[in-house]
Design a protein around this ligand. Structure first.
Ligand SMILES: Cc1ncc(COP(=O)(O)O)c(C=O)c1O
Length: 294
């Protein structure tokens, strides 16, 4: 007699074949959207590949990125550039970046009539700049472009309100600042833009139009323990309170930033401007190898 018959009344030991709505709802609460608006993927790289490969773009169409992309956020675009001859343009982000208006102007100056997409990180991994995601999204929309945001470093580090940002897609890695087990990803597409994106990893519900983003969760058999870990990480995060976590991290980072500014040989490569600074501080001390800085 089988002990596991895949019926609704028996435990579900695998993931990949069910919508996981309660968990999506819980994660959605953190980013201010409904569970159906997000897909559970494996990491941010999945989301980046889904947006880059899911959009219909033709030769000559332009995608604007920064010169500070993580490989997980740019390589899928590079493949499309090679395969379909779309054009990638990169905005050079200054280091340190301390002027939000300048950043928006740099993007604005790169847009042309062929630009279709602005794809940028919410927080740059190498220089820890919190980019003005809402303003860049508004800029994209003023020019009829899509705003696609890589939130790998943002989820759990800074408040993420997807309705407030207004972006067309957002992907993230709950296994970073949210402390979920590695192998968890979040992927969001705004409802009114969803039909522009093909599902590029397909299984039985690839064309399901009834459960929002479920069609982007068609990756075959997955590991249930990862989802259980994500659930626990969210409970932990909510038990402490996202506001308290962000405030505490900000306090510690501000203390470090302020202290470093009192040390003549210290150099801060990440922003000190309050709108662009987050919980990560990149710094060095002139004349001292990094490993010897206490
Ligand atoms: C800004 C940024 N984007 C994308 C990624 C890729 O994330 P993952 O490996 O979870 O797909 C990272 C990883 O560090 C990152 O920092």
């Amino acid at each position: 007699m089988t002990r596991w018959d895949y019926s609704e009344n028996t435990p579900n030991w695998i993931s990949g074949y069910s919508p996981e709505l309660p968990l999506r709802d819980k994660l959605g609460k953190l980013v201010n959207v409904e569970g159906k608006d997000i897909a559970l993927t494996q990491n941010a790289t999945f989301g980046s590949n889904f947006v880059a490969n899911g959009l219909s773009l033709k030769s000559g169409d332009e995608v604007i990125l920064t010169d500070r992309e993580h490989p997980g956020a740019i390589c899928a675009w590079q493949e499309r550039a090679k395969k379909d001859r779309i054009v990638l343009k990169q905005v050079l982000i200054p280091t340190p970046a301390n002027d939000p208006d300048q950043l928006v102007e740099l993007f604005a100056g790169t847009i042309t009539s062929r630009t279709r997409v602005l794809a940028f990180p919410h927080i740059i991994s190498s220089t820890a700049v919190v980019l003005p995601a809402r303003r860049l999204t508004e800029l994209a929309h003023q020019h009829g472009c899509l705003a696609l945001v890589d939130g790998a470093q943002a989820l759990g580090q800074t408040p993420v309100d997807l309705q407030d940002i207004g972006c067309d897609a957002y992907f993230a890695s709950p296994h970073k600042w949210l402390l979920a087990p590695p192998g968890n990803g979040m992927f969001y597409i705004r409802r009114d833009q969803r039909e522009k994106f093909w599902t590029t990893l397909c299984s039985f519900a690839w064309d399901d139009q009834t459960d929002g983003m479920y069609r982007f969760m068609q990756y075959g058999t997955g590991n249930r323990s990862l989802l259980t870990g994500l659930d626990a990480a969210l409970d932990f995060h909510f038990r402490i309170g996202p506001g308290r976590i962000y405030k505490r991290m900000r306090f510690l980072a501000d203390r470090l930033r302020n202290g470093l500014q009192q040390i003549p040989r210290a150099r801060i490569g990440s922003p000190v401007h309050p709108e662009l600074a987050g919980a990560t501080v990149c710094h060095r001390v002139e004349g001292l190898p990094a490993a010897s800085v206490p």
